[in-house]
Ligand binder design. Structure first.
Ligand code: CUA
Length: 341
């Protein structure tokens, strides 16, 4: 090869390499990094990206060089030379990709193993997924026994989530944490998260799970460990809470507001019927208000408001909500329905 050709090839390589690298670096393809696990996943991502940029650079500059250099003259109708096979080249382009794929596999395995380790004493949270809401139950440490529709987490602490699904397959995803984990009925799945950045991030269901799938969202709030401890203390049911407070707490902790509208609770859900018009709905169902409210929670398919599909409301609130909490919730809804009239 002449020196001029080598120079041209190098120039093309520089051009394509710099272009591809700029696209990778200067466009923010991924959300901000907010956990240790996500940081490790990004390492795998960059290893693969750098390899891809290298291959792209070689292939693109070889093609561009060939197109420019070996273009046929307009009046050249002759056949090309009969070339067939090149053992050395074939070995080379088999061996190099094999090595590269092995490198990616090794790096991925190390990250996968590290991301599965929860450490000695993680904060444990049971995550329940059901059509169409998330609920989080803290199982140890300062928040033990607390249930919340929003996932609050202390920064820099290892958290082990245990995911269960009540009805169909759902999938837990926080883009900033970089991990997805399915919740599958009849099994328990685990996910380890070590948040590294304070903030509020979306929790998204990323498995099509029915009519309300798109609304099956909540938030994760990462905070200072001492703020988390303060939050946990506040969640323990205060002694001597009024029935209205207890009812509103039950409304919040069971995530009713993600599907229903209720002015008193500031809820604006649109999946299920408007709870501010419960009185009229009871009339249409032909039942006394309180009986109607209780039945609609415990046995939601007994009467379904016109315009709403059957079987969307979870069927198990009768067993999953403790009796005193259920009574408080019914009382709260009845009171607010009377008030709304
Ligand atoms: Cu749950 Cu989609």
């Amino acid at each position: 090869m002449r020196r001029g050709s080598v120079f041209q090839l190098l120039l093309l390589g520089l051009l394509f390499g710099a272009g591809a690298a700029a696209v990778a670096i200067f466009i923010p393809w991924l959300p901000p990094v907010a956990s240790k696990e996500r940081h490790r996943i990004d390492i795998v991502f960059w290893v693969a990206t750098v390899i891809c940029i290298g291959i792209f650079t070689i292939v693109a500059s070889a093609i561009a060089y060939s197109v420019l250099k070996f273009r046929r003259a307009p009046d050249d109708d002759s056949d090309g030379p009969p070339i067939h096979g090149h053992t050395g080249l074939e070995i080379l382009w088999t061996a190099i990709p094999a090595v590269l794929v092995t490198v990616i596999a090794v790096v991925s395995s190390i990250v996968l193993v590290k991301n599965g380790r929860a450490g000695r004493d993680p904060l444990r949270v049971e995550v329940t997924a059901q059509q169409f809401l998330w609920s989080f139950k803290y199982q140890n440490k300062e928040a033990e026994g607390v249930t919340s529709p929003i996932l609050y987490l202390p920064r820099d602490e290892s958290v082990k989530l245990t995911l269960i699904a009540v009805d169909v397959i759902h999938s837990f995803w926080v883009p900033e944490f970089g991990q997805k984990q399915d919740a599958v009925p009849g099994t328990t799945q685990h996910l380890v998260i070590t948040p590294t950045k304070d903030g509020t991030y979306p929790v998204i269901c990323t498995e099509l799970c029915g009519l309300g799938h798109a609304t099956m969202r909540t938030h994760v709030v990462v905070m200072e460990p001492r703020d988390f401890a303060a939050w946990a203390r506040k969640q323990k049911p205060p002694a001597g809470a009024s029935p209205a407070q207890a009812g509103q707490a039950a409304f919040q902790s069971n995530g009713c507001g993600s599907c229903h509208t209720l002015a008193a609770a500031g809820a604006k859900g649109k999946v299920g019927p408007d709870l501010d018009t419960l009185a009229e709905e009871a009339q249409r169902a032909g039942k006394p208000l309180e009986e109607f409210v209780r039945e609609s929670i415990v046995d939601p398919n007994a009467y379904v408001e016109k315009g709403y599909p059957k079987g969307v409301m979870p069927q198990d609130f009768g067993t999953s909500i403790p009796k005193p909490q259920l009574d408080a919730l019914v009382g709260y809804l009845v009171q607010s329905a009377k008030g709304a009239k």
